[in-house]
Ligand binder design. Structure first.
Ligand SMILES: [Zn+2]
Length: 865
């Protein structure tokens, strides 16, 4: 028998063997309960990093355990393969995006296989492949038919470097592109949107169903949707036009002394008087050049222009001036606000700047606010004043009844109604880029936007395009592709040249895995419904908002189209922590130092200046010289050690500090297991089939040593099983495995059947964590079937019962020692054992015992006189 643990040799051997026998092919056995384990699929950048290794290892352990526990498990993998980097590679290096992408996929698939991940590769999906994006297009047409996909002229964020439109969330807080870092400009373009706002309320209320999600993520989603309740109120202009505003404080309507419209509001032109026209036009142009973030930044000096017109305040018939100001955004609320300067700080600053009247309508207790002398708005509580029917009512958004009373009054008088408003905007999905799913629409001068007939899908990306990186999308420059007859009337028409946001591709990929090769349908609803919802989803917190929200939205729309039975796609969600590497930084210059240049790690100094270096753990990155390549670790220690380290070092949701010494610790542990099992195997030959080696001796007939060992075995089974339910405490599970290996090393009954049970159990419990070494040792013991097809061991409750317990003896509350007593002893017996003990005799020494306190199973305390 091979005596040295050689991971390189056994890992490759078993990976090949598993692939050949199709060990991880998904079972569709209907008699088994289902378990859908899902990792967020990666962008094929070409290289697996430690963050990837962590996610896929976590999901793999979960999938392996569930299989052993008798579930049919779906554990698929795919590629989120459209996107800008591939197109940038084309521009920079002249390599076609498709070639670059597929090369990267091949490389990463191989790297994943080296980790021993049990993916079912037969279900692999690649979003840039026509057999996938055909169905992305089909889903888009479902949205289009449902009235959930529409075009509208929109002010968009324009990245002048990448020459593309960015979503709001791709612009950072300084108004720069998340990718190129360029200062984002504003531009008007006709764009495609998905109407996610139609589902805002469901997306919010259904968060309550997601008890298996981190509270933090649910909160982030709720804040993103941003529901606020209040009223819609209709103001009328002198010319008779209606201006609708949304307000969360309709109770302060009597204090509205002017209105402010967004510069883009459609009524502005009509409202602007001749005298004001020039000033208004100039202001509109200036506003168009600013980003939303600039426009709404707090503390910014207020600017605005009066239109020259007035509106009538519907509650008191007051004539109030209508202004425009850039802090009001057209795509938030209705693009118009009523201004209540006494009770809103932004309106207050605006009123002071332009000498507009301020009317207090909420008086705080013990004060008399006067608009003329106020120095700041009073947004807080108080009592309603100067408000006609509301006077005297307690006011305030939270505690007061004034908002409710105001809504009732508005509804009764037909001047408004109670309603909710959402921060969530419709989803802008148009991208003026090549490497994405073409939007399957043809623009006909007669018929308008005509969907490409389903039988003509996919609309394929043409291959012979030029990548300059400048100007419009490469698709818009390809006349042969763009010019087509209208499918309805035959008139010469043009294809839509925009492609879809890649977040669309990833909003439904998990629905394709259950039926990944279907060429007739997006998926067979029966097949997909047999697997949905996903039981455990694992991925990064950076996807806590958009990807998860969009996937939830798609699930609800496809449910409403009759394709899905579930309301929510992901039952449980685990957001894994980061993998951090050790960095060496000069605290004065802020420069990172390459570790190889540091002369002495015990006392690290800057090789250039000699100054002492700061040592901290930070997210792995090239610029910090703290990355560890997964391939290097696998080559040095093997995949099993890498997996063990990642699982052991930190709970999955916490950040993990990469530490070479701890990696070696896991390597040593696996070597111990190797020796333990190999020695055992050498002493007995031919254990035979796994089924025949069950323990036949009744538990009660075992010796004390055997009972002790058997207890250790079954405690390990219980603890590891518990750790892998629900919250997945892999780190404590690995600790339990180490304890069991120690108990086996120390066991005094190595010839017993119990010892054999222990060795077998250790291997089976360890198998999901370290799949290669356990498979090798299992076969070395003579078993013929894969360890990964073995049933998960069950806890024998009888084995857990301890024969003896440790009893603490206290005198006057002070612990004096412990004794071993039978576990079955009752209160009286425990007192008797304690009284007769050497410890009691020594510490009581003839003194009078006034009282004895017995805590069963734990301690006996003597109170002396
Ligand atoms: Zn037509």
């Amino acid at each position: 028998m091979e005596s040295r643990y050689n991971p390189a040799e056994i890992e490759e051997k078993w990976q090949k063997d598993w692939a050949e026998q199709g060990l991880y092919k998904t079972s569709e056995d209907p008699s088994k309960p289902k378990f859908y384990a899902l990792s967020m699929f990666p962008y094929p950048s070409g290289n697996l990093h430690m963050g990837h290794v962590r996610v896929y290892t976590i999901v793999d352990v979960i999938a392996r355990i569930r299989r052993m526990q008798g579930y049919r498990v779906l554990n698929p993998m795919g590629w989120d393969a459209f996107g800008l980097p591939a197109e940038n590679a084309a521009i920079e290096r002249g390599i076609h995006p498709a070639r670059w992408t597929y090369q990267n996929i091949d490389q990463m698939r191989q790297q994943l296989n080296q980790l021993g991940i049990s993916f079912d590769w037969e279900r692999e999906v690649t979003t840039c492949s026509p057999d996938y994006y055909r169905w992305t297009q089909w889903i888009f047409l479902q949205f289009f038919q449902a009235g959930l996909a529409y075009q509208k002229e929109a002010t968009v964020n324009w990245d002048p470097i990448d020459q593309t439109v960015l979503a709001n969330e791709q612009v950072d807080s300084e108004g720069r592109s998340w990718r190129s870092g360029a200062k984002v400009e504003r531009k008007q373009l006709r764009q495609w949107f998905l109407k996610i706002t139609d589902y805002a309320d469901q997306l919010l209320t259904d968060l309550d169903q997601l008890s298996g999600w981190p509270e933090k993520v649910r909160l982030m989603q709720a804040n993103w949707i941003g529901k606020s309740t209040g009223a819609q109120v209709t103001f009328t202009t002198e010319a008779g036009d209606e201006i609708i505003v949304f307000t969360t404080r309709p109770d302060t309507l009597w204090g509205a002394t002017f209105m402010v419209l967004s510069p883009e509001h459609p009524l502005v032109e009509k409202l602007t008087t001749k005298k004001q026209a020039k000033a208004i036009k100039a202001y509109q142009e200036a506003a168009a050049a600013k980003s939303d973030i600039d426009r709404t930044a707090e503390g910014r000096e207020k600017t605005g222009v009066w239109t020259g017109s007035y509106a009538i305040n519907p509650v008191n018939e007051a004539k109030i001036p209508i202004w425009i100001a850039d802090y009001v955004l057209m795509d938030y609320g209705t693009g118009a606000i009523m201004a209540v300067p006494a009770h809103d700080q932004r309106d207050f600053e605006f009123a002071r700047r332009f000498n507009l009247p301020i009317q207090a309508v909420v008086q705080p207790a013990g004060e008399t606010l006067d608009g003329a002398t106020m120095t700041a708005a009073h947004p807080g509580d108080g009592v309603m004043v100067n408000s006609g029917p509301l006077d005297g009512i307690p006011a305030g958004k939270e505690k007061g009844q004034s908002v409710e009373a105001a809504i009732q009054w508005l509804e009764k008088h037909g001047k408004g109604k109670g309603t909710a408003n959402y921060r969530l905007r419709d989803w802008l999905i148009s991208r003026q880029r090549y490497w994405g799913t073409p939007i399957p629409i043809i623009h006909c001068p007669q018929c308008g936007a005509v969907p490409v007939p389903e039988t003509d899908l996919p609309v394929r990306l043409p291959e012979d395009v030029e990548f300059s990186g400048r100007g419009a999308s490469p698709l818009a420059k390809l006349a042969s592709w763009m010019n087509v007859p209208c499918p309805t009337c035959g008139t010469a028409a043009r294809r839509e040249t925009d492609t879809m946001d890649t977040f669309i591709d990833s909003s439904w990929y998990f629905l394709r895995y259950p039926d990944a090769k279907n060429e007739q349908q997006v998926f067979d609803p029966e097949k997909t419904n047999r697997w949905m919802p996903v039981d455990q989803y694992v991925g990064g917190i950076e996807h806590a908002i958009l990807h998860l929200l969009y996937s939830r939205f798609f699930t609800k729309v496809l449910r409403d189209r009759g394709l899905l039975n579930c309301d929510e796609p992901f039952q449980r969600l685990l957001t894994q922590g980061m993998v951090q590497g050790k960095t060496y930084k000069n605290p004065r210059t802020g420069k990172y130092v390459i570790p190889a240049n540091i002369p002495d790690f015990a006392n690290p100094t800057d090789p250039e200046t000699g100054e002492p270096l700061e040592v901290v753990y930070e997210k792995m990155s090239k610029s910090k010289y703290n990355g560890v390549a997964p391939g290097d670790v696998v080559n040095k220690y093997g995949a099993d050690t890498a997996r063990m380290f990642i699982l052991f070092k930190a709970p999955p949701e916490k950040d993990l500090e990469w530490d070479e010494a701890d990696v070696e610790g896991q390597f040593r542990f696996l070597n111990r297991v190797w020796r333990l099992v190999t020695e055992f195997g050498d002493q007995r030959s031919g254990i035979g089939d796994e089924k025949s080696s069950a323990l036949h001796t009744p538990h009660s007939a075992l010796s004390k040593d055997e009972k002790d060992l058997r207890r250790a075995i079954h405690i390990a089974i219980k603890e590891v099983t518990d750790d892998l339910q629900g919250d997945y405490q892999f780190n404590t599970a690995v600790s339990e495995l180490m304890k069991l290996s120690n108990a086996l090393t120390d066991a005094a009954c190595k010839n017993s059947a119990v010892y054999a049970e222990g060795i077998r159990t250790l291997l089976i419990l360890l198998a999901p964590f370290a799949p290669h070494i356990t498979e090798e040792l299992w076969h070395n013991l003579g078993y013929r079937h894969s360890i990964h097809t073995q049933p998960w061991p069950a806890v024998d409750p009888e084995a857990l019962v301890a024969d003896e317990i440790t009893l603490v003896i206290q005198v006057m509350g002070k612990t004096r020692g412990t004794i071993q007593v039978p576990a079955s002893a009752d209160k009286a017996a425990l007192e008797q054992y304690a009284r007769e003990s050497e410890i009691a005799r020594r510490h009581i020494d003839g003194k009078e015992i006034k009282k004895v306190i017995v805590v069963p199973g734990k301690l006996v305390n003597f109170v002396l006189g």
